[in-house]
Design a protein around this ligand. Structure first.
Ligand code: 3EB
Length: 351
């Protein structure tokens, strides 16, 4: 999964925005000058890597890396000079054009006796996370989140009052409304996954000074219009977006085997993977029409694949490689997907 071309790309000066999934051994030897242009590092399952520059924000995501002998990280790079800092729980770094921000909020903070139980604690942690994140973005002059990643423990778990993901959705939507942000149409691309049972609510994002171009998928009902059988408050995300300040980076949201609003191929991870790729292909068509060229192609994206059951990784990889080819970088992570019947979710970035 790591071709020599990848290693060469890792050494080069980054273009406007670059994402890589290097093995720890590939980056441990890098000189300090190289780290200057690192925007952020995402560590999965508490890998030991600590960037030698303490300014670089990290996000700790409790979804184990699958498959490789050596573990990998997600690493974002941009051309400097960089500015880094902290606002409350939010850690950030930006180059004047694009900003990375991350934070974690433990639900336990909101679990006082008689305060409303587990569901209320999840909602409060989610709302606090979004409130702080939006506050930091607005203060720092990057008010437009392009792409948001969300992780919460036991995403499929039940509460006294509906699934935990439903409460997450209610709180996220409330946080958008509280900041006078739209909850349909002009919303960021996103993913929301289940992390290990001790995981705090963990959110990280890439944000800009200008609003991105949001994209929807003609094969899928927009998530903000999902009917109430998936929860009383619809999820707040777009299917993809294109950065609109020069880089034209394409961020594809978590994409699953959903056609219209219904899960397709319950119980069949191969068919779910093929359906997911049909969804991503359709999105690329929308993206290419929007920029008026064939700029984005399946073989040229960088992928992260969330696999519910580790034993499905092989069959999912076979189906994926048939369509995206052998060279595209793919990082496999074990995670629960937000609907119980989904076995795989795929997200991607086109640079
Ligand atoms: C779906 O299409 C699958 O709640 O932020 C994908 C991407 C999914 C983002 C989110 C959920 C989210 O509905 C799940």
């Amino acid at each position: 999964m790591h071709e020599p071309a990848d290693t060469r790309a890792l050494m080069a000066t980054p273009p406007a925005l670059q994402i890589d999934y290097p093995r720890l051994a590939d980056i441990r030897q890098q000189p300090e000058a190289w780290w200057q242009q690192v925007l952020a590092v995402i560590r999965f399952d508490r890998d030991a890597l600590a960037p030698p520059l303490p300014d670089i924000p990290t996000a700790e995501v409790m979804t184990p890396v699958l498959g490789g002998a050596d573990s990998a990280v997600e690493l974002w790079r941009v051309a400097g000079p960089m500015h880094s800092g902290r606002r409350g729980r939010v850690r950030y770094r930006h180059n004047g054009r694009l900003l990375f921000a991350s934070l974690s909020v433990p639900e336990q903070e909101f679990l006082q006796p008689a305060a409303g139980g587990e569901a209320a604690a999840l909602r409060q942690a989610t709302e606090a996370g979004y409130r702080e994140m939006f506050g930091a973005l607005e203060e720092l002059g990057f008010p437009y989140p392009l792409r948001i990643w969300n992780f919460l423990a036991e995403i499929n778990g039940a509460t006294e009052d509906g699934e935990r993901y439903w409460h997450f959705n209610g709180a996220r939507q409330q946080a958008f409304i509280g900041r006078r942000r739209s909850v349909s149409g002009d919303v960021p691309a996103a993913s929301a996954l289940g992390a290990g049972s001790a995981s705090p609510v963990t959110i990280y994002c890439i944000a800009g000074e200008r609003s991105p171009i949001p994209l929807e998928n003609p094969r899928q009902r927009s998530a903000w219009e999902y009917p109430p059988q998936y929860g009383p408050h619809s999820p707040t995300f777009s299917r993809a977006c294109i950065e609109n300040a020069g880089t034209q980076t394409l961020f594809i949201s978590g994409t699953a085997s959903i056609v219209g609003h219904e899960t397709a191929h319950a119980g069949d991870e191969r068919a779910q993977t093929r359906e997911t790729l049909r969804n991503i292909r359709a999105l690329l068509g929308t993206a290419n029409r929007r920029v008026g060229s064939e700029r984005y192609a399946l073989e040229q994206l960088r992928y992260k694949v969330y696999v519910r059951r580790p034993e499905h990784q092989r069959s999912i990889d076979q189906e994926l490689r048939r369509v995206i080819g052998a060279a595209a970088p793919v990082l496999y992570l074990q995670a629960d997907i937000c609907r119980r019947d989904l076995l795989v979710e795929v997200e991607a970035v086109g640079t």
